[in-house]
Design a protein around this ligand. Structure first.
Ligand SMILES: Nc1ncnc2c1ncn2[C@@H]1O[C@H](COP(=O)(O)OP(=O)(O)O)[C@@H](O)[C@H]1O
Ligand SMILES: [Mg+2]
Length: 363
């Protein structure tokens, strides 16, 4: 998959910008601090996920003093062109595909499939479980539309059940009706999340040694409130029966997949307790490239890879090692503040970014 052309209007510090990029090529985005390198990566990421990786406030992406922004791209996907556009005014997104409005986010997310690696990703191991669930959910949403709808029906049912539990006179029959449906969708979601994590770890385990000096074993476990086996639904029924009295007192649903987590491990110890910064970086890199591999196997094409600010933290050997591990067919964007003097052994292009403007340079 390739972004052939990107257009931004009133997006962060880009007033109007329209630029063509080269398929399967590495694009180095150079520039001093605060010039708009990450903003450009953010625009490509936004078209893929309909959210930013830096903020939950969509307003903050609108250029100061303006009322809306627009990000648009022509994307090549499996030899077909896609034309995508998102306009964001205060708090509302308007989606278009070939100029036609798209109503459901699930019909838009993942048409352009981008994977990001940025320094903040190392917090995957230390931040709240919500971020780890989001990591898996975002990827599954890009890969499967049914996942998106199953997940949103769970969220809707959870809300309805909590609403029913909030009443002073709880209608237990209604609470049970919601629960029966919740158990059905949860068993699907747990299975999908768990299988996805296992196949991702199989890929990541193969890649990890390329980024690490030592011989650590990496692992990950999906943590939920019941054992993951063919009897999941009856385990759930039991678990909810046990907790029901307490739920009535607390007036809310106390267990469920909205509290699940992933435990990442290094030599069978929690990563957050034992790993160095370097080991965490190697782990995340292996996860992200493993992800690219899974996407390739499912869709027949590599995603677009966005590497924000991570290059400067690697020595020249690691930089080469990383680039050599990246599939030749993958279009890549790398932001960096320093010029690099390395023979890359594949097609590379260089761009200067200054005050929200981009121009191609020779080196
Ligand atoms: N909503 C906005 N409107 C105008 N400028 C913005 C907005 N958000 C961020 N900026 C500007 O974008 C610049 C930072 O861009 P960024 O891409 O993060 O820099 P870098 O090149 O270091 O990656 C700063 O100058 C900041 O003031
Ligand atoms: Mg930046």
């Amino acid at each position: 998959m390739n972004v052939e052309k990107l257009t931004c209007f009133h997006f962060r510090n880009y007033e109007t910008m329209s630029f063509s990029f080269v398929p399967k090529c590495i694009h180095f985005l150079y520039g001093k601090n605060a010039q708009g390198k990450t903003n450009l990566i953010e625009a490509i990421y936004f078209l893929s996920h309909l959210r930013s990786f830096r903020t939950n406030q969509m307003d903050s992406m609108i250029m100061h003093g303006c009322n809306e922004f627009c990000v648009q791209a022509i994307v090549e996907s499996n030899h077909r062109k896609e034309e995508l556009k998102v306009i964001v005014d205060h708090q509302k997104k308007h989606l278009f595909r070939f100029q036609n409005p798209v109503k459901k986010y699930s019909d838009f997310i993942g048409i352009e499939n981008a994977i990001l690696f940025c320094p903040d990703d190392l917090s995957l191991f230390t931040s709240s479980p919500k971020n780890r669930r989001r990591f898996i959910d975002m990827e599954l949403m890009k890969l499967s539309r049914t996942y998106t709808s199953t997940l949103s029906s769970y969220q809707k049912l959870l809300k309805q059940r909590n609403q029913a539990l909030k009443q002073s006179n709880i209608d237990e029959c209604l609470v049970q009706i919601y629960l029966d449906q919740m158990i059905e969708v949860q068993s699907v979601i747990i299975k999908q999340r768990n299988e996805f994590l296992n196949s991702l770890m199989n890929k990541a385990r193969e890649l990890y040694p390329f980024f690490s000096n030592e011989k650590e074993e990496i692992g990950a476990k999906y943590m939920t409130f019941i054992p993951i086996d063919p009897d999941m639904k009856s385990h759930m029924k039991e678990a909810y029966d046990k907790v029901f009295e307490k739920e009535k007192r607390y007036h809310q649903t106390l267990i469920g997949i909205h509290r699940d987590d992933i435990l990442f491990e290094l030599n069978e110890n929690p990563v957050c307790e034992v790993a160095s910064q370097g080991q965490k970086r190697s782990f995340v890199l292996a996860l992200k490239l493993g992800l690219a591999q899974i996407i390739y196997e499912k869709s027949g094409q590599y995603p677009i890879l966005l590497l924000d600010d991570v290059f400067s933290e690697l020595d020249d050997f690691r930089k080469r090692q990383l680039i050599e591990k990246l599939p030749r067919d993958m279009q890549i964007f790398i932001t960096t503040t320093e010029r690099l003097n390395i023979n890359w052994n594949r097609e590379v292009r260089f761009y200067d970014i200054e005050k929200g403007r981009i121009k191609e340079v020779l080196k």
